[in-house]
Each structure stands twice: as structure tokens, then as C-alpha cells.
Design a protein around this ligand. Structure first.
Ligand code: HEM
Length: 327
């Protein structure tokens, strides 16, 4: 070692020190952490290097078999993050002593739990006790967006799983009857601007709503509905409360058609159409309807922000063995 060092030219040594310092700074900037709890892009780099790939493959397999699950995963992540933070609390099953979030009326139509279970099972085989359910859900939602044609984005990992999941907490999810001011206020409580709220609502480019969520708008209940579209809604509802209608004409493709539908007064939920009706948000809707790239950019930024809501780090949470129950 001594020999090697003494044989190095002093200028070369200085150079290698500088390079080493740059490398160290680069590692810090890119999110490496040493023994410190916290989120980082490469949180699983050492402990479970294939975590991202395992989730991505599981999501791809599931969506190949059933593309409609993409919507389920994105919505599940949102409902997880808005209640108790992104801590996988939505995944917990009820027990005889506790009715969990997932059994709230607002969550009964959530879909895709088995995709998270499958990813978790494979991750537990590869690196037991390492990858949290909250991280799996955040990655799965991200992958679902990309898989359906939406923007690609990276998210930091290191969320811990929560130990609380109570039905009563779900009262804090937004109602489909909310107007723009109520939506702005509620999303504002989580730190989102009106623009970010409108961008996140663009997730309704995927999936469906059941008649039960919009039937109050029929029969003259809401003048903001286009009359032809109202007929389509009525036809759907003739199939009963659980009959489904897509939010936009391309339910499995992530695009900006949702905003175009709002411009045509063909938003499915009152909380969708209000974004165009209200002067507080109409210009944002028009902007996203006109420019899909701008929507994609704002959506990925807002999703990244949402994925970090009230995250539990270190000993404030755990890594569940099964996503359905606390350890
Ligand atoms: C702005 C306030 C929001 C309200 C009031 C709302 C409400 C709803 C309602 C009522 C449904 C239909 C449920 C049913 O009838 O079964 C739905 C579906 C959905 N929501 Fe939202 N939502 C909001 C924001 C969001 C956000 C921020 C996301 C994700 C980032 C999201 C993602 C979805 C998706 C993807 C579906 C379709 C689910 C499926 O097809 O399984 N929503 N939402």
C-alpha cells in the first residue's frame, strides 16, 4: 500500500482525492445514505437490488392479463396516501377487533390488492423483511401509469408500513359531490395547489365509476351535464348502482382525453365537471386539454409529491411480513 502510494505522482494523488470527493458528493446527491433512516432513490440498492424490477414485472404480468387493474392501483395509492400518509394502511384487512380502511364505503370498489400481494410474496422470497408494502404500492402505481402510456418518473423509496388502519379515518377522502372550492381546500390541507389538484384529478383518465357515484346528477339534478352524455349515464344506471361507466373514451390509456371530456360537459362525477365549471380551475383544465405534455409533466410532479405525503420513516413504522396485517 505504502509502496503504491509513494509510487503515485503527487498531482495524480491530488486528482484522485478530488475525484473521490466528487464521487462521494455524487453519492450523497443521488440519495445514498449510510445508516440513516430516510427516503432515497436507491434505498434498496444494497439490501434488495432487484426490488424495482420485481414490482415492475409483477405489474406488467397483471396488467397484461387485466389492463383495467392499472386504474385500481393508481387509485389505491391515492387512497393510501390521503389517509395516514403513504404507509400501506389501505392494504390491511379488518380483524374481529378492527374495521380497516378498505371496508369503508369509499374503498369498497378498490381493485388490485392481489397484485401487491404477488409482488410482496416474490420480494419476501428474494429479500425477506426488507421492502415495505407502502413502497410496493407506490412503485406499482407509478409503473401502472407508465404501462398505460403515461409519464415515466422515479420515486424515492424507504417508506415504512403503518400500524393503524381504521374505517373512520376514511371520512377524509374527497367526495364525488365536492365542488371546486371544496376540492381546493381539501387538497390544500395536504399541501397541494389548485393546479396540482387538477393535475392529480387527471388520473381519472383511467378507469370507471359506478352509477352509485354519479346517479344524483341525473334527472335534472345537475345542469352542468351535457344532455347527450346524460342519456349515456342514464343508460348505464339502468344496469343498477354497480354498473360501470368509463371516465373518458379510453379507459385503459393514460392520455388527456379526460380534460377534453370536461370541456364537452361530459365529466362523469360532479367533482370532475366542477373543475371546468369553476372559474378558479377552468383555465387549468383548458391548458391540460390543449397540451398533453404539460399535463404529463405536472401529473408526474404531483404524483411524486403525493407519494411522499406523511411518510413514516425508521422506527415510526415497520416492514410488514404480509401486506394484509401488521406484524
Ligand atoms: C379530486 C377528488 C377525487 C374524487 C372526488 C374522486 C372520486 C372517485 C370516485 C367516486 C371514483 C369511482 C368509484 C366508484 O364508483 O366505484 C373514482 C375512481 C377513480 N379514481 Fe378518483 N377521485 C378523486 C381524485 C383522484 C386522484 C387524485 C386519483 C389518483 C391520483 C384518483 C384515481 C382514480 C382512479 C384511477 C379511478 C378509477 C378506478 C377504477 O376504475 O377501478 N382519483 N374516484
Amino acid at each position: 500500500m505504502m509502496l503504491l502510494e509513494s509510487s503515485l505522482h503527487p498531482a495524480k494523488m491530488a486528482m484522485s482525492n478530488i475525484l473521490g470527493m466528487f464521487l462521494f458528493m455524487e453519492m450523497l446527491a443521488s440519495g445514498f445514505r449510510f445508516g440513516v433512516d430516510g427516503l432515497s432513490m436507491d434505498y434498496y440498492f444494497m439490501s434488495c437490488p432487484f426490488a424495482e424490477q420485481i414490482v415492475k414485472n409483477t405489474v406488467a404480468r397483471a396488467l397484461q392479463a387485466d389492463p383495467t387493474l392499472a386504474a385500481g392501483l393508481v387509485r389505491m395509492h391515492f387512497h393510501d396516501c390521503f389517509i395516514e400518509g403513504c404507509d400501506g394502511s389501505i392494504l390491511i384487512d379488518s380483524t374481529k377487533d378492527n374495521t380497516a380502511e378498505k371496508d369503508s364505503p369509499a374503498n369498497l370498489s378498490l381493485r388490485g390488492y392481489e397484485v401487491i400481494d404477488d409482488a410482496k410474496e416474490e420480494l419476501e422470497n428474494q429479500c425477506p423483511g426488507i421492502v415495505s408494502c407502502a413502497d410496493i404500492l407506490a412503485m406499482a402505481a407509478r409503473d401502472a401509469v407508465f404501462w398505460t402510456g403515461g409519464p415515466v418518473y422515479d420515486i424515492p423509496k424507504g417508506r415504512k408500513d403503518g400500524r393503524r388502519s381504521k374505517i373512520e379515518d376514511t371520512i377524509n377522502l374527497p367526495f364525488p359531490t365536492f365542488n371546486a372550492s371544496e376540492l381546493i381546500r381539501q387538497f390544500g390541507q395536504h399541501g397541494f395547489s389548485a393546479q396540482e389538484m387538477v393535475a392529480l384529478s387527471g388520473a381519472h383518465t383511467l378507469g370507471v365509476a359506478r352509477c352509485a357515484s354519479f346517479k344524483n346528477r341525473l334527472n335534472g339534478g345537475d345542469p352542468s351535464v351535457d344532455s347527450e352524455f346524460a342519456k349515456t349515464m342514464s343508460k348505464t344506471c339502468s344496469g343498477g348502482d354497480n354498473a360501470e361507466q368509463p371516465f373518458d373514451p379510453t379507459r385503459n390509456t393514460f392520455d388527456n382525453f379526460y380534460y377534453n371530456a370536461l370541456q364537452r360537459k361530459s365529466g362523469l362525477l360532479f367533482s370532475d365537471q366542477t373543475l371546468f365549471t369553476s372559474p378558479r380551475t377552468r383555465a387549468i383544465v383548458n391548458g391540460y386539454a390543449f397540451n398533453q405534455a404539460m399535463f404529463f409533466f405536472d401529473f408526474q410532479q404531483a404524483m411524486l409529491k403525493m407519494s411522499m405525503l406523511d411518510v413514516k420513516e425508521g422506527s415510526k413504522g415497520e416492514v410488514r411480513e404480509s401486506c394484509r396485517k401488521i406484524n
